[in-house]
Design a protein around this ligand. Structure first.
Ligand SMILES: [Zn+2]
Ligand SMILES: [Zn+2]
Length: 338
């Protein structure tokens, strides 16, 4: 069968691979659509320290069940459309023992520390599968990217009385915006791109602020009657926005960090104490976040179509990565149809 390989940084090609072998507890999936996000682009650029080469990317998956191994529950029948949680967990580390396997110390994500789904078939443990009634097959590949922001909103304990500020309206930010609105909060979205802010509003943001052309602080003061937002979710990953989150949030508010800042961040730590902040990290997502996103997509008018920059075939995927590398700002998500 065929697969997309990143052979080394800036070199991708379609190659051959042995078909996976079915074993007890495993389900053989025919991969139908795979989304590629910024993290796949980093792997292609050689900028993800967790990736070794050659590597098959792909962790945003829409698939149908081909065959099932022994001991797989009845409900997983051939033909069923599924997505899956691309994370592994060891069951032994502190996170796993606390029922938080999304932050497993020994996590391996498909397409990052181990080969991913940009291949015709994959075999996975049935426990990783997520059935998504009501969604189109292609849209199943957009569930995983939204779970990351969804998990962040849950980490921030977002409730209907909250005003939630989301910094950044990429796929992760959009997931957080939609999730916060879905939990009943008033959502303020911030970006420097008016098109992304429009999309954020369609995803559930009540207000969009372009921080390049508007005074963010002044707008926030008037929107929150001088108190500041109850929750700030940082979805950009720069030292400036890491700091800004702590500066803008209300006293006794919550700050949620999703990405890493690429450089060291210098803080005035006085604000942590004076404001008595809850500062929370948010990593990957739990199975209940996948279920939450599926419910959200079924019950709201989330603009799924607009999240996708283009759809390509497996043969076109190496060129698509090259084009993305050449003009990263023009593309946010590529879907590969297998
Ligand atoms: Zn992704
Ligand atoms: Zn673990």
């Amino acid at each position: 069968m065929r697969a997309l390989y990143i052979k080394k940084p800036l070199e991708a090609e379609v190659g051959e691979l042995d078909s996976p072998v079915l074993a007890p507890g495993l389900v053989l999936l025919r991969v139908r659509f795979v989304g590629m996000c910024g993290s796949d682009l980093s792997s292609y650029r050689g900028k993800n320290p967790l990736v070794s080469y050659p590597r098959i990317p792909g962790h945003e998956i829409a698939a149908t069940i081909e065959t099932v191994g022994e001991g797989v529950p009845e409900k997983f029948q051939p033909g069923l459309a599924v997505t899956l949680s691309p994370y592994s967990s060891c069951g032994k580390c502190a996170s796993c023992l606390r029922q938080r396997p999304n932050a497993c110390r020994n996590n391996q994500t498909l397409g990052v520390q181990r080969d991913g789904a940009l291949t015709e078939f994959i075999a996975v443990p049935f426990e990783k599968l997520i059935v998504a009634d009501g969604l189109r097959l292609r849209d199943l590949s957009l569930v995983e990217p939204l779970t990351v922001g969804y998990h962040a909103a849950r980490r921030g304990r977002v409730s209907p009385t909250d005003q939630v500020l989301v910094l950044g309206c990429g796929a992760v930010g959009l997931g957080a915006i939609a999730a916060a609105a879905f939990h009943g909060a008033t959502v303020i979205a911030v970006d420097v791109d008016d098109r992304k802010l429009e999309l954020a509003k369609r995803a559930g943001a009540h207000v969009g602020i372009n921080s390049k052309t508007q005074n963010l602080n002044e707008r926030l003061q008037s929107l929150t009657e001088g108190l500041g937002p109850d929750v700030v979710i940082e979805a950009i990953g720069t030292p400036e926005t890491f700091r800004l989150a702590v500066e803008l949030v209300a006293f006794t508010g919550r700050v949620v960090y999703i990405g890493y800042a690429k450089d060291e961040v210098r803080y005035d730590s006085r604000l942590f104490v004076q404001k008595e902040l809850d500062i929370l990290g948010s990593r990957n997502a739990l199975p209940e976040d996948f279920e939450g996103v599926i419910r959200m997509l079924n019950e709201t008018k989330f603009p799924l179509e607009e999240m996708v920059s283009k759809v390509v075939t497996l043969d076109q995927a190496p060129q698509a990565l090259q084009d993305w590398y050449a003009a990263p700002a023009s593309i946010s998500k590529i879907i590969v149809e297998l």
